[in-house]
Design a protein around this ligand. Structure first.
Ligand SMILES: Cc1cc2nc3c(=O)[nH]c(=O)nc-3n(C[C@H](O)[C@H](O)[C@H](O)COP(=O)(O)OP(=O)(O)OC[C@H]3O[C@@H](n4cnc5c(N)ncnc54)[C@H](O)[C@@H]3O)c2cc1C
Length: 484
């Protein structure tokens, strides 16, 4: 087929969503040959995924693992020959701690995210008052809401289990994952299975018992750690492996896209776009896939669809900070017999959570050393990114030193900032996404995907990127170029 007749697909954004879309387009290329161009504004691919090797430590600046019950990431790893690189969490210490009165105490065994699977461990936990325990135990007798409407995680938990369970456990566990305010975080878009359990079984406790969750969580607490996978060489291996399978001429770093415009559709084509980047550069395309935060898409569609841009900016994002800290084991008095800890908002500390990275995964720190990852920021700590790196590192060290009994300064600290990177799925998020999809569908050959829409985690981003690629290829296949 002549070069001029070949379809061109431009992907904007080289994070995992854009890379998954690019990889999928190449997979489909055998049916519909296309030229692929991936435009990434920074000097590296991967977006928030970044692994750093330093003095024998393997440091994750962004995501450190992915969940496997959503299969997007796992399947992609197998397809790109990373199957033998998958690394499970260690089989011991699969539990989380929570701060109560500035001390670390275990999250009750079997308590995962929002669900108590073992009443006995709740009743024996020092985390709750007697009144709080009785309220949690009463959950099966609380009348179920049956209107099918979305609500906030906070209102759901208070309605079913009472305030103590929200304030002392669910707010830090769930709010920490999403760096979100549980009072506005959508239950339907984050943990729809809890809504379903209430609708189906009239109670979360009964639903968990029926679903066999009690067995599957065994002694775990905090998160379903047995379902998480990392990569031996770090999460950036995923990025390098995908990049290695994309032709070099398709990959362009240092290309900041400023605008996209629909242009007159040539004969034999079903859609046509123009993409402007780096102020004076332009590339024409048959289709464009915008992969990144919804505020990026809003900026790009604003000139030709003000209404769509308006819907896109309604999805808010929060900023966060990750501080990695290295220590010598003998400077830490805590046994580190867990994968990490979370901090309830009511404890008024500077940090949100901490992960004991070298306990969670093997090979993260040299012998005799410990790697900790501390999270700060989120929607409840907005001004934090204004602090400089040394202040942020000092804040993180001070708080973990107090909780874990650490003597002396860290061997090193590394601060990574994520400005407006974590979407906040507020109540009725699914309706907002449906409206965005409805408006975006009116633009043939344009796809908008990323973590702002149908899932924040890596498996969701990968799946969204791949689905967008398939839709684009299907769209291009509907209009064959004239035969030569
Ligand atoms: C600190 C942190 C920890 C996380 N931990 C986990 C975890 O452990 N497990 C998990 O599953 N998920 C985790 N997540 C969520 C998950 O990592 C992200 O949702 C996902 O990686 C987002 O990928 P993306 O490609 O959509 O966006 P991004 O990674 O933000 O990539 C967007 C890309 O677009 C580029 N770009 C921006 N503007 C332009 C432009 N104008 N022109 C061209 N390119 C542009 C950016 O440079 C970037 O490379 C975490 C997120 C954060 C921030």
């Amino acid at each position: 087929m002549g070069e001029q007749l070949r379809r061109r697909v431009v992907i904007v954004g080289g994070g995992i969503t854009g890379l998954a879309a690019a990889w999928q387009i190449l997979e489909e290329c055998c049916r519909e040959p296309v030229e692929l161009v991936l435009l990434e504004s920074s000097d590296r691919f991967g977006g928030v995924i970044q692994t750093i090797h330093r003095d024998g430590f393997l440091i994750e600046a962004g995501p450190d693992s992915f969940i496997t019950d959503k299969t997007g990431a796992m399947d992609l790893c197998q397809q790109i020959s990373l199957g033998d690189q998958l690394q499970a969490t260690r089989s011991t210490c699969r539990r989380a701690l929570v701060v109560r009165n500035h001390k670390l105490i275990p999250v009750p065994a079997g308590f995962v995210l929002m669900g108590p699977t073992r009443l006995r461990s709740i009743l024996s936990s020092p985390l709750f008052s007697l009144r709080g325990k009785l309220r949690i135990a009463a959950e099966p007798f609380i009348r179920a809401k049956s209107d099918g409407q979305d609500e906030s995680v906070g209102s759901f938990v208070v309605r079913r289990f009472g305030h103590e369970m929200l304030d002392r456990l669910v707010q830090p566990l769930v709010g920490g994952i999403y760096t979100a305010d549980t009072d506005v975080l959508s239950l339907g878009s984050t943990f729809p299975r809890f809504l379903e359990m209430e609708a189906r079984h009239g109670s979360v406790t009964r639903g968990l018992a029926k679903s066999g969750r009690r067995r599957s969580t065994s002694g775990q607490s905090g998160a379903r750690y047995s379902l998480f996978m990392a990569l031996h060489g770090g999460m950036e291996t995923l990025v390098t492996q995908i990049v290695g399978q994309i032709p070099r001429q398709s990959l362009r770093l240092g290309c900041r896209v400023q605008a996209i415009h629909p242009r007159p559709v040539p004969a034999g084509r079903s859609c046509a776009w123009s993409v402007a980047y780096n102020r004076d550069q332009k590339i024409d395309a048959d289709a464009v896939v915008v992969c990144g935060p919804s505020h990026l898409a809003a900026q790009l569609v604003e000139p030709f669809d003000h209404g769509l841009a308006g819907e896109l900016v309604k999805i808010r994002y929060a900023s966060s900070v990750v501080v990695n800290l290295g220590y010598r084991c003998d400077n830490i008095s805590h046994p580190l017999d867990a994968f990490g800890f979370v901090v309830p908002r009511k404890e008024n500390m500077g940090i949100l959570a901490g992960s004991f990275s070298s306990v969670k995964f093997e090979g993260r720190a040299p012998r005799g050393h410990v790697l900790l990852r501390v999270f700060l920021g989120g929607v409840l700590q907005v001004g934090l990114l204004e602090l400089d790196d040394s202040r942020l590192a000092a804040l993180a060290h001070k708080d973990v030193a107090g909780l874990l009994g650490i003597s002396g300064p860290p061997l090193f600290s590394m601060v990574h900032r994520y400005d407006q990177a974590m979407p906040q799925y507020r109540v009725d998020h699914r309706k907002a996404v449906a409206e965005i999809s409805r408006r975006a569908e009116t633009h043939t050959g344009l796809e908008i995907v990323g973590n702002g829409f149908e899932g924040v985690g890596l498996p969701d981003c990968i799946r969204q990127g791949q689905l967008a690629a398939r839709r684009v290829m299907a769209c291009l296949a509907t209009s064959k170029p004239p035969a030569i």
